[in-house]
Design a protein around this ligand. Structure first.
Ligand code: ITT
Length: 201
Protein backbone atom coordinates (compact mmCIF):
# COMPACT_ATOMS: atom_id res chain seq x y z
CA UNK A 1 0.00 0.00 0.00
CA UNK A 2 1.26 3.47 -0.92
CA UNK A 3 0.97 5.99 1.91
CA UNK A 4 1.95 9.66 2.04
CA UNK A 5 3.70 10.90 5.19
CA UNK A 6 1.76 14.10 5.89
CA UNK A 7 4.52 16.05 7.62
CA UNK A 8 6.91 18.83 6.68
CA UNK A 9 9.25 17.96 9.56
CA UNK A 10 12.27 16.16 8.01
CA UNK A 11 13.26 14.66 11.36
CA UNK A 12 9.85 13.04 11.74
CA UNK A 13 10.13 11.67 8.19
CA UNK A 14 13.51 10.12 9.08
CA UNK A 15 12.04 8.51 12.20
CA UNK A 16 9.10 7.10 10.23
CA UNK A 17 11.44 5.70 7.59
CA UNK A 18 13.44 3.94 10.32
CA UNK A 19 10.56 2.49 12.31
CA UNK A 20 8.46 1.49 9.29
CA UNK A 21 11.25 -0.50 7.63
CA UNK A 22 9.76 -3.90 6.83
CA UNK A 23 6.13 -2.73 6.98
CA UNK A 24 4.13 -3.56 3.83
CA UNK A 25 4.04 0.12 2.83
CA UNK A 26 5.57 2.27 0.13
CA UNK A 27 6.35 5.54 1.91
CA UNK A 28 5.91 8.77 -0.05
CA UNK A 29 6.37 12.21 1.46
CA UNK A 30 5.34 15.79 0.81
CA UNK A 31 8.49 16.59 -1.16
CA UNK A 32 6.70 14.83 -4.01
CA UNK A 33 3.73 17.21 -3.60
CA UNK A 34 5.19 20.73 -3.49
CA UNK A 35 1.75 22.29 -4.02
CA UNK A 36 0.11 20.52 -1.08
CA UNK A 37 -1.59 23.20 1.02
CA UNK A 38 -0.12 24.18 4.40
CA UNK A 39 -2.42 22.80 7.11
CA UNK A 40 -3.50 25.27 9.79
CA UNK A 41 -3.02 23.48 13.12
CA UNK A 42 -5.77 25.16 15.11
CA UNK A 43 -7.03 22.12 17.02
CA UNK A 44 -6.93 22.02 20.80
CA UNK A 45 -5.85 18.36 20.93
CA UNK A 46 -3.15 16.29 19.23
CA UNK A 47 -5.88 14.08 17.80
CA UNK A 48 -7.77 16.97 16.18
CA UNK A 49 -4.62 18.29 14.52
CA UNK A 50 -3.38 14.87 13.40
CA UNK A 51 -6.74 14.01 11.82
CA UNK A 52 -6.89 17.39 10.08
CA UNK A 53 -3.39 16.98 8.61
CA UNK A 54 -4.05 13.41 7.43
CA UNK A 55 -7.43 14.25 5.86
CA UNK A 56 -6.16 17.28 3.96
CA UNK A 57 -3.21 15.38 2.52
CA UNK A 58 -5.30 12.30 1.64
CA UNK A 59 -7.83 14.49 -0.16
CA UNK A 60 -5.12 16.43 -1.97
CA UNK A 61 -3.10 13.39 -3.10
CA UNK A 62 -5.92 10.87 -3.52
CA UNK A 63 -3.77 8.40 -1.53
CA UNK A 64 -3.91 7.22 2.09
CA UNK A 65 -1.98 9.62 4.32
CA UNK A 66 -0.26 9.22 7.68
CA UNK A 67 0.04 12.33 9.87
CA UNK A 68 1.72 12.86 13.24
CA UNK A 69 0.78 15.50 15.77
CA UNK A 70 3.03 15.39 18.77
CA UNK A 71 4.46 17.44 21.56
CA UNK A 72 5.73 17.78 25.08
CA UNK A 73 3.49 18.11 28.15
CA UNK A 74 5.26 19.51 31.22
CA UNK A 75 3.23 18.99 34.40
CA UNK A 76 4.59 22.03 36.27
CA UNK A 77 3.63 24.22 33.29
CA UNK A 78 0.02 23.03 33.26
CA UNK A 79 0.88 20.54 30.47
CA UNK A 80 2.22 23.24 28.15
CA UNK A 81 3.64 23.49 25.54
CA UNK A 82 1.35 20.62 24.39
CA UNK A 83 -0.14 21.31 20.95
CA UNK A 84 1.95 24.50 20.81
CA UNK A 85 5.25 22.60 21.05
CA UNK A 86 6.49 23.51 17.55
CA UNK A 87 5.96 27.25 18.11
CA UNK A 88 6.22 27.70 21.89
CA UNK A 89 8.69 30.60 21.65
CA UNK A 90 6.59 32.23 18.92
CA UNK A 91 5.79 31.71 15.23
CA UNK A 92 8.81 30.38 13.32
CA UNK A 93 10.72 29.67 16.54
CA UNK A 94 13.71 27.33 16.32
CA UNK A 95 13.87 24.11 18.37
CA UNK A 96 16.52 25.63 20.63
CA UNK A 97 14.39 28.69 21.42
CA UNK A 98 11.36 26.54 22.29
CA UNK A 99 13.45 24.35 24.58
CA UNK A 100 15.05 27.38 26.27
CA UNK A 101 11.60 28.82 27.00
CA UNK A 102 10.63 25.61 28.80
CA UNK A 103 13.85 25.69 30.84
CA UNK A 104 13.36 29.35 31.77
CA UNK A 105 9.75 28.78 32.79
CA UNK A 106 10.72 25.80 34.93
CA UNK A 107 13.54 27.78 36.56
CA UNK A 108 14.64 26.14 39.80
CA UNK A 109 11.69 23.75 39.86
CA UNK A 110 12.87 20.75 41.94
CA UNK A 111 13.73 17.39 40.39
CA UNK A 112 10.58 15.57 41.53
CA UNK A 113 8.33 18.24 40.01
CA UNK A 114 9.99 18.26 36.59
CA UNK A 115 7.82 15.44 35.28
CA UNK A 116 6.74 15.52 31.64
CA UNK A 117 5.69 13.32 28.77
CA UNK A 118 5.96 13.23 25.00
CA UNK A 119 2.69 12.39 23.24
CA UNK A 120 2.30 11.33 19.62
CA UNK A 121 -1.01 10.86 17.85
CA UNK A 122 -0.83 9.27 14.41
CA UNK A 123 -3.80 9.66 12.12
CA UNK A 124 -4.33 7.62 8.97
CA UNK A 125 -6.87 8.89 6.49
CA UNK A 126 -8.02 7.85 3.04
CA UNK A 127 -9.30 10.03 0.24
CA UNK A 128 -12.91 9.10 1.06
CA UNK A 129 -12.53 10.74 4.47
CA UNK A 130 -12.27 7.68 6.74
CA UNK A 131 -9.78 8.04 9.58
CA UNK A 132 -8.13 6.02 12.34
CA UNK A 133 -5.82 7.20 15.12
CA UNK A 134 -3.05 5.59 17.21
CA UNK A 135 -1.44 7.12 20.29
CA UNK A 136 1.94 6.66 21.92
CA UNK A 137 3.21 8.22 25.16
CA UNK A 138 6.56 8.21 26.95
CA UNK A 139 6.86 9.53 30.51
CA UNK A 140 9.98 11.29 31.73
CA UNK A 141 11.37 14.48 33.21
CA UNK A 142 12.92 17.74 32.06
CA UNK A 143 16.68 18.03 32.62
CA UNK A 144 18.18 21.28 33.97
CA UNK A 145 20.40 21.82 30.93
CA UNK A 146 20.36 20.50 27.34
CA UNK A 147 22.43 17.34 26.85
CA UNK A 148 23.33 15.53 23.59
CA UNK A 149 23.26 16.28 19.87
CA UNK A 150 20.97 13.62 18.37
CA UNK A 151 17.27 13.82 17.54
CA UNK A 152 15.41 17.12 17.32
CA UNK A 153 13.03 19.43 19.16
CA UNK A 154 13.04 18.96 22.92
CA UNK A 155 15.17 15.77 22.83
CA UNK A 156 18.18 17.40 24.60
CA UNK A 157 16.08 18.17 27.71
CA UNK A 158 13.83 15.09 27.85
CA UNK A 159 15.04 12.19 29.99
CA UNK A 160 12.74 9.16 29.72
CA UNK A 161 11.62 7.44 32.92
CA UNK A 162 14.18 4.95 34.22
CA UNK A 163 16.99 6.47 32.12
CA UNK A 164 19.88 8.77 33.00
CA UNK A 165 20.37 10.10 29.47
CA UNK A 166 18.30 12.47 27.36
CA UNK A 167 16.82 11.31 24.05
CA UNK A 168 19.48 13.44 22.33
CA UNK A 169 22.22 11.36 24.01
CA UNK A 170 20.73 8.09 22.72
CA UNK A 171 21.27 6.39 19.37
CA UNK A 172 18.34 6.62 16.95
CA UNK A 173 17.48 2.96 17.64
CA UNK A 174 17.49 3.53 21.41
CA UNK A 175 15.15 6.51 21.04
CA UNK A 176 12.82 4.61 18.67
CA UNK A 177 12.49 1.74 21.16
CA UNK A 178 11.23 4.08 23.91
CA UNK A 179 9.69 7.02 22.13
CA UNK A 180 6.11 8.20 21.85
CA UNK A 181 6.44 8.00 18.05
CA UNK A 182 7.92 4.49 18.19
CA UNK A 183 5.04 3.38 20.42
CA UNK A 184 2.34 4.94 18.24
CA UNK A 185 3.89 3.41 15.11
CA UNK A 186 3.98 -0.03 16.79
CA UNK A 187 0.21 0.22 17.33
CA UNK A 188 -0.32 1.35 13.74
CA UNK A 189 1.76 -1.56 12.42
CA UNK A 190 -0.12 -4.06 14.60
CA UNK A 191 -3.40 -2.79 13.13
CA UNK A 192 -1.92 -2.96 9.64
CA UNK A 193 -0.98 -6.61 10.10
CA UNK A 194 -4.37 -7.37 11.59
CA UNK A 195 -6.11 -5.43 8.79
CA UNK A 196 -8.35 -3.79 11.37
CA UNK A 197 -10.36 -0.61 11.04
CA UNK A 198 -11.92 1.32 8.18
CA UNK A 199 -8.82 2.74 6.52
CA UNK A 200 -6.64 -0.33 6.84
CA UNK A 201 -9.35 -2.83 5.91
P1 ITT B 1 4.31 18.72 10.94
O1 ITT B 1 3.11 19.42 11.54
O2 ITT B 1 4.57 19.13 9.52
O3 ITT B 1 4.30 17.23 11.12
P2 ITT B 1 5.74 20.00 13.14
O4 ITT B 1 7.17 19.99 13.59
O5 ITT B 1 5.05 21.34 13.04
O6 ITT B 1 5.64 19.22 11.73
P3 ITT B 1 3.91 19.27 15.28
O7 ITT B 1 2.96 20.37 14.99
O8 ITT B 1 3.36 17.89 15.57
O9 ITT B 1 4.93 19.04 14.07
O10 ITT B 1 4.85 19.74 16.47
C1 ITT B 1 5.62 18.81 17.10
C2 ITT B 1 6.69 19.52 17.91
O11 ITT B 1 6.83 18.82 19.15
C3 ITT B 1 8.04 19.39 17.21
O12 ITT B 1 8.31 20.49 16.36
C4 ITT B 1 8.99 19.33 18.40
O13 ITT B 1 9.22 20.62 18.90
C5 ITT B 1 8.16 18.55 19.43
N1 ITT B 1 8.40 17.10 19.29
C6 ITT B 1 7.56 16.16 18.77
N2 ITT B 1 8.13 14.95 18.75
C7 ITT B 1 9.38 15.12 19.26
C8 ITT B 1 10.46 14.26 19.47
O14 ITT B 1 10.41 12.98 19.13
N3 ITT B 1 11.56 14.76 20.01
C9 ITT B 1 11.65 16.06 20.36
N4 ITT B 1 10.68 16.97 20.16
C10 ITT B 1 9.55 16.50 19.62
Amino acid sequence: MKIVLATRNRKKVEEFQRVLVGAPLQLLDLRGYPDAPEVVEDGTTFTENAVKKALQVARFTGLPALADDSGLEVDALGRRPGVLSARYAGPGAKDRQNLERVLVELGECPELERTARFVCVLAVADASGQTQTFEGVVEGRIARTPQGENGFGYDPVFVPEGEGRSFAEMSPAEKDALSHRGRAVARFVAALHGHVGPVLA
